[in-house]
Design a protein around this ligand. Structure first.
Ligand SMILES: O=C(O)CNC(=O)[C@H](CS)NC(=O)CCC(=O)C(=O)O
Length: 341
């Protein structure tokens, strides 16, 4: 029983309960993380659980309904980040377009800022104040070439608890998709593709590989990041309802299973503006492919504990990375200097 408790990613409520000496671990029905059957079992508190929890850092994943109103979006994000920090999360993940979702291309371009702008400054302040790492998925960034291209980048930033930007990844696969009568997206009309894949970054939860939304459909990038040492793959997203209901969970679990990484996917949910609704289903998948946390409908948070011991055991017991046949199909890696297209 103790074993089951130690291996179970406990939500912060469970964790708090579990750490109280002599208490029973109980299901808390209002907790969105308590979906998996393992979380519903009762177990007596035992010494050692606290130590085991300390080795399994807690992460928080945010689900939002961004609109064109930047102030309102910041207020929503900061509330979630504060709540996550209070519950003890060390890394907080925000979805693609956490800053805003414009109602048309012109509005999107006019609301975009550069990395030195007020928006990122405010998030740096929040990271410092709360003492957390922040994964800011999909910031609408006016890059250095803004004046000449009049296009932005879709930029995923990682901030450390001092508010420093420790990594920036600019979305490399742009979503140009036309499903007649249902979905129409032409991201390349207002976005430049990122020039490179960024090596994973060490955080207290593990080594984080950065990607964004539509990148999820390209297993090559997840494999390249894993071969560079990633333990946690991140896909901050704003999936459509049509494609999300068909593909979202399958793709996330497939990426987790084939790379043996944790997969963290913060998502937009609900009605962003008159003509846009996002799929939601923010989730965390473990390296075995189990969904260990998931948000309900609407804005909110879910939590998971990252157990790198569990990840290592899976990779040891099923060492797929040593079974690759690079002699047959080549090797996918992060190229320091990408080849010209
Ligand atoms: O444009 C913004 O403001 C924020 N960015 C997005 O919403 C992006 C580009 S349009 N959306 C996707 O990539 C959806 C992918 C998707 O739905 C799929 O792969 O099925």
């Amino acid at each position: 029983m103790l074993r089951a408790v130690i291996q179970t990613p406990l939500c912060p409520l469970h964790r708090a309960f579990c750490q109280a000496p002599g208490r029973q671990l109980r299901r808390i029905p209002s907790c969105p993380a308590s979906r998996s059957p393992a979380l519903l079992s009762c177990a007596p508190w035992q010494p050692g659980i606290m130590a085991a929890n300390a080795l399994k850092p807690l992460i928080a994943v945010c689900q939002l309904t961004s609109t064109p109103d930047k102030e309102q979006n910041f207020a929503s994000c900061s509330q979630l980040i504060r709540e996550a920090a209070q519950r003890g999360a060390c890394v907080v993940f925000l979805p693609e377009a956490f800053d805003f979702i414009g109602s048309d291309m012109q509005e999107t371009l006019s609301l975009a800022e550069n990395l030195e702008g007020a928006q990122i400054q405010r998030y740096a302040g929040l990271a410092r104040e709360c003492g957390v790492w922040l994964s800011l998925g999909g910031f609408h960034e006016r890059g250095e070439d803004w004046a000449s291209t009049q296009r932005i980048y879709n930029c995923h930033l990682l901030l450390d608890p001092t508010g420093h930007i420790v990594a920036t990844y600019r979305k490399t696969h742009l979503c140009d998709v036309e499903l007649e009568g249902r979905v129409s997206m032409k991201e390349s009309k207002f976005t430049n593709p990122g020039p490179e894949i960024v090596p994973p970054v060490s955080t207290p939860a593990g080594k984080v590989g950065l990607a964004i939304c539509y990148d999820l459909r390209f297993p090559e990038i997840s494999l390249a990041l894993t071969q560079e040492g990633a333990e946690i793959l991140t896909y901050p997203s704003a999936f459509t309802v049509t494609t999300g209901s068909a593909h979202w969970e399958v793709l996330l679990r497939a990426r987790a299973i084939e790379t043996q990484c944790y997969v963290v996917a913060a998502a937009q949910t609900g009605k962003n503006h008159e003509r846009r609704t996002s799929y939601g289903h923010t989730m965390v998948v473990d390296p075995w492919g189990s969904v260990i946390a998931q948000c309900q409908e609407g804005p909110g948070l879910c939590y998971a504990q990252i157990d790198l011991g569990y990840l290592r055991r899976i990779r040891q017991e099923m060492p797929i990375c040593t079974h690759r046949r690079a002699d047959l199909y080549g090797r996918v890696t992060v190229l320091k200097k990408p080849l010209p297209p």
